[in-house]
Design a protein around this ligand. Sequence first.
Ligand code: SF4
Length: 499
Amino acid sequence: MGFISLGCPKNLVDSEVMMGLLDRAGARLTSHPEEADILVVNTCSFIDTAKQESVDTILEMARHKTSGSARKLIVAGCLVERYRDEIQKSIPEVDAVVGTGELESILEAAGLTMPTAPASSSPFTILSPTQVADVRSGLESRAATHKSDIAYRPEGDLREQQGRFRRDDWQGANHLLPTYLYDESTPRFLTTPRSSAYIKIAEGCDHPCTFCVIPNLRGKFRSRRFESVVAEAQSLVARGVQEITLIGQDTTCYGEDLGLKDGLATLLDALAKIEGLRWLRFLYAYPNRITGKLLETIAKHDNICKYLDVPLQHASPSVLKTMKRGAGADIFLKTIQKVRAAVPGIALRTSFIVGFPGETAEDVTVLEDFIKEAKFDWLGVFSYSHEEGSAAYALEGQVPKRTIEARKRHLMKLQQKISKQVKQQWIGRELVVLAEGESEETPLLWEARTQFHAPEIDGKVYINDTGELDKLEPGRFYKAQITEAHDYDLVARITSAAL
Ligand code: SF4
């Protein structure tokens, strides 16, 4: 069975859940699509380029069906939530679709419950009818638990009344919003390096950001039970995971639907006490949800990475107002000051969207000045994508594509200079690094990360000198001294194995 996961880490966790279910049911996974009997593409549909990549991948995988090497093609994920009927109509090679709210039906889609193929040609261990019934009833009872467990935040209910999650004009889409949440007993097949794993602590989003269709695709905000997240983290650490990254569309809302006050801070506090967990971090903070308690908790625990990812999207108050996010450069600068004062040395990541409808040259200057002043460690600039189904789709004042690209290039160039200056200050520091493996560019270098680098997003630390050690081991922690700083990457030499 071949599985391709596209998009963000949140989608990757969905893929790992589906792969876990299939693996538990006896499927053998292969990374060579030409060897797979069944192919699954877990798609992303966040912006146009992601949709295009999803469609291209489906078409590429469809060729394995036409050539006869694959028997089944299944499409899962966000694209299914948006174009459920259309996918199968326009790509007849697709045998089944699985939305983000029905991950468990991957088994049925893969034919697990109707094992008609001869045992020798099946990618699955063929279960007896009784075993199949057991698997199904287990899944159904868990699905029932999920449904009865879900209580939404008042914001979610209000936004629903205001039409935030409406899919009525999405032809061919299922009008029911996804409600699924996995839990600690759901099998997961980890695809990340052995030492690191993501945990999705919540799903969906209630924010009204006008450029974003994620709430329409993923449904209302809902948190996983506190005990479920803790139990999953404990079992991951028991399996050798040393770095956990908490994710969700907005992690800082965690627990509000469960009646928890300072839910994320309380959760971090509990997780940080797990013995053997070396690094714990969370991504995707919403700017006005960064509380004193949250910062205090980050500062208090040595194993909570001094790292904060807070997508701000823009800094001009007028653009932020049309984006329905509010605030502006002044407020954000105060927040950043508060964060840096509470957690000295913290690394800050953010991302911005340029070219939002109505964005003027003055708005870009406000953003530019803000970037100069805030001096982020890591920063991404994305081009606005005009998404049908988003509230911004109806806005006038489209910015020409060429202007958007020019603004993006300009800001990235500015950040490159800032990043270089910021990184220069790292030279000479001795830091703990997690070795990830030999560099893809040359076996003479190793790639590593510090606590200030989240997996797969930020720059890299290249190790060019292993010190007294003959070789490094991937997934192990070492102490290293930073010897060079480039625009985004650092170079270091190992000084000792970390404690
Ligand atoms: S916070 Fe805004 S941008 Fe992020 S997922 Fe929610 S609606 Fe989209």
